[in-house]
Design a protein around this ligand. Structure first.
Ligand code: THU
Length: 141
């Protein structure tokens, strides 16, 4: 799975975004280490705070299916689903959800606005000094 292919999947996912309030449509394509793709879109809510970001939709679908090993995620976002020059970076809550399931040094996050215009960063770069399961290892064992 190339980065370009994963970005195209994220664009497909963006078409499903439910955004009657912000009109900002985001799509995510999450690649498992076993090679499966989980798509996610943002799903807004009249009460605003229950809104779910595209990245978390993809993660939660995958985890429900029993997947817990992830390689990378591609994210595309823009007003009204239009292509833009801007890159859409995951919010802090989504970075924290990634921290739960991903190795921060290995997991790659592709911020894209086109197949050939993207930035690829590790979770550690986007969430330095992140708090994760390892911080609670002594509590759990
Ligand atoms: N949003 C995402 O889905 N992912 C991001 O990475 C940033 C923000 C959504 C939430 C909301 O529906 C809209 O974009 C505007 O914040």
């Amino acid at each position: 799975m190339t980065n370009q292919e994963l970005i195209l999947e994220a664009k497909k996912a963006r078409e499903r975004a439910y955004t009657p309030y912000s009109h900002f449509k985001v799509g995510a394509a999450l690649l498992t280490k076993s090679g499966k793709i989980y798509h996610g879109c943002n799903i807004e809510n009249a009460a605003y705070t229950p809104t779910n970001c595209a990245e978390r939709t993809a993660f939660f679908k995958a985890v429900y299916d029993g997947e817990r090993e992830f390689a990378k995620i591609a994210i595309v976002g823009g007003a009204d689903g239009a292509d833009t020059d801007e890159l859409c970076a995951p919010c802090g809550v989504c970075r924290q959800v990634m921290m739960e399931f991903c190795n921060p040094e290995e997991f790659q996050i592709i911020l894209a606005n086109g197949e050939d215009n993207y930035l690829e960063l590790s979770l550690k770069e986007l969430l330095p000094y992140g708090f994760g399961p390892k911080n609670l290892a002594h509590v759990e064992s």
